[in-house]
Design a protein around this ligand. Structure first.
Ligand SMILES: O=P(O)(O)OC[C@H]1O[C@](O)(CO)[C@@H](O)[C@@H]1O
Length: 216
């Protein structure tokens, strides 16, 4: 399973990249706004800066919602760097645009996916990645990990090549559960990645070893 970091914060991207386990980055308009990035030029420059840090796929989201504008915007984003993946919402014009990008050799990430039916459409359009939002599904009292399992089963039965990118990850347990049910990628906040490190017995064991090491 690949690990992407879900942020537009350059310091956090560097920190995760320095761990040596990072395969890519996802962002969205909310994450860009959180970093105070605004204006088309600044947004493009920020994606460029991210691509300079990480050698892996970087999802850059379109802000348009009609076919012609999605294509125009997506082409500009894809021209920033070969690792850019154009992130397109799961709407009618979005599906049409994903098919166009696929036919024209541009990688895509179909975002805002909340059902298996939507995931089937994304795969039929040839999306490189599909992003089910598992945390937001949990928030609405459904089971986000269950959706990943369902999509994983459908994709392998049907031979779809689209990679399942589990998004809206809220904690380390989400990552483990997604790995268990066949997610190809988890995109996570830095805290959730670092959360995987934690176990009280590791801390207790290390303290004891260090104490005993003083006797050596
Ligand atoms: O529910 P949250 O934590 O806002 O996450 C939304 C998700 O949407 C995405 O845009 C999908 O890739 C990610 O950036 C993020 O994981």
């Amino acid at each position: 399973m690949k690990f992407f970091i879900d942020t537009a914060n350059l310091a956090q991207i560097k920190e995760a990249n320095d761990l040596g386990i990072l395969d890519g980055v996802t962002t969205n308009p909310s994450l860009m706004a959180k970093e105070g990035i605004n204006g088309a030029d600044n947004i493009l420059k920020h994606y460029e800066a991210i691509c300079e840090i990480v050698d892996g796929d970087v999802s850059a989201e379109v802000l348009s919602t009609d076919f012609a504008s999605i294509i125009e915007e997506g082409k500009k984003l894809a021209a920033i760097h070969p690792n850019i993946v154009v992130k397109v919402p799961m709407i009618k014009d979005g599906v049409k645009a994903i098919k166009w990008f696929t036919d024209n050799g541009i990688k895509t990430n179909c975002t805002l996916v909340f059902s298996a039916g939507q995931a089937i459409l994304a795969a039929k359009a040839g999306a490189s990645y599909v992003s089910p939002f598992i945390g937001r599904i949990d928030d609405s009292s459904w089971d986000g990990v269950e959706l990943i399992a369902q999509i994983s089963q459908i994709y392998s039965l049907q031979g779809f090549k689209t990679e399942i990118l589990a998004a809206s990850i809220r904690n380390a347990l989400h990552i483990v559960k997604c790995a268990e049910v066949g997610a190809d990628v988890c995109t996570c906040p830095l805290d959730s990645i670092l959360g995987l490190l934690k176990h009280p017995l590791t801390d207790i064991g290390l303290a004891k070893f260090l104490e005993d090491a003083k006797k050596l």
